[in-house]
Ligand binder design. Structure first.
Ligand code: ZN
Length: 176
C-alpha cells in the first residue's frame, strides 16, 4: 500500500480550526485537495504529520505557529504612500501581492489614511496554532512536470496563496 512520502501526490480532505474552535478553512463540499508532498506546499507541521500515512488514514494534528504560518513580524507592518498602490478605492481588509526583498508576499490593508496606507504582510494565520483534521483519500505518483514545478497540475489548485517560494512555472504550464 502506498504511503505519503517525498515526491508523491496525496489527495486529502481537511478541516482547519483555530484555538477558538472556528473553522478557518475546509475542503468539505469541495473536491479534496491534491498536493505534492515534500515541496513545501503545505505548512511544515502538517507535511510532517502526513508523512508515512496511507490511503484511508485519518490524522489529527495541532501545528505550532513556528511550523505553521510563522509568528507575526513587526517589520511586515508597513506604511506606504497611497500613490504607490495600484488601485483607487482602497479599503481595510483588501489583499494584494507585492514584491519584497524576500519575494512576493500577500499584504492586507489595515488602515487607510489620507495619504498613506498601513499594510500587514503577515499571513492572516501568523501566530495561530493550527488544528488540522485530515483524511487521506488517495496517493499517486507525481508526473515529471509536477516534480519540475514543485506542485500538482490537477484541477482545482490555486496559486493565490503562493508567496514566491518554488512553484515558478515555465512557459506552457497550464496551471496558471
Ligand atoms: Zn506548474
Amino acid at each position: 500500500m502506498p504511503t505519503i512520502e517525498k515526491d508523491k501526490v496525496a489527495k486529502i480532505h481537511y478541516k482547519l480550526t483555530n484555538d477558538g474552535g472556528d473553522v478557518v478553512d475546509t475542503s468539505e463540499g469541495r473536491e479534496p485537495l491534491e498536493y505534492l508532498h515534500g515541496h513545501g506546499n503545505l505548512v511544515a507541521g502538517l507535511e510532517k504529520a502526513l508523512a508515512g500515512k496511507a490511503e484511508g488514514d485519518s490524522v489529527k494534528v495541532s501545528v505550532s505557529p513556528e511550523e505553521g504560518y510563522g509568528l507575526p513580524e513587526d517589520d511586515l507592518l508597513v506604511d506606504v504612500p497611497r500613490e504607490h498602490l495600484p488601485v483607487e478605492d482602497i479599503a481595510p481588509g483588501m489583499r494584494f501581492s507585492a514584491e519584497t526583498s524576500g519575494g512576493m508576499r500577500m499584504f492586507t490593508v489595515m488602515e487607510v489614511a489620507e495619504d498613506s496606507v498601513k499594510l500587514n504582510g503577515n499571513h492572516p494565520l501568523a501566530g495561530e496554532t493550527l488544528h488540522f483534521e485530515v483524511d487521506v483519500v488517495a496517493i499517486r505518483e507525481a508526473e515529471p512536470e509536477e516534480l519540475a514545478h514543485g506542485h500538482v497540475h490537477s484541477g482545482g489548485h490555486s496559486h493565490e496563496e503562493e508567496e514566491g517560494e518554488g512553484g515558478s512555472c515555465g512557459e506552457g504550464c497550464g496551471c496558471h
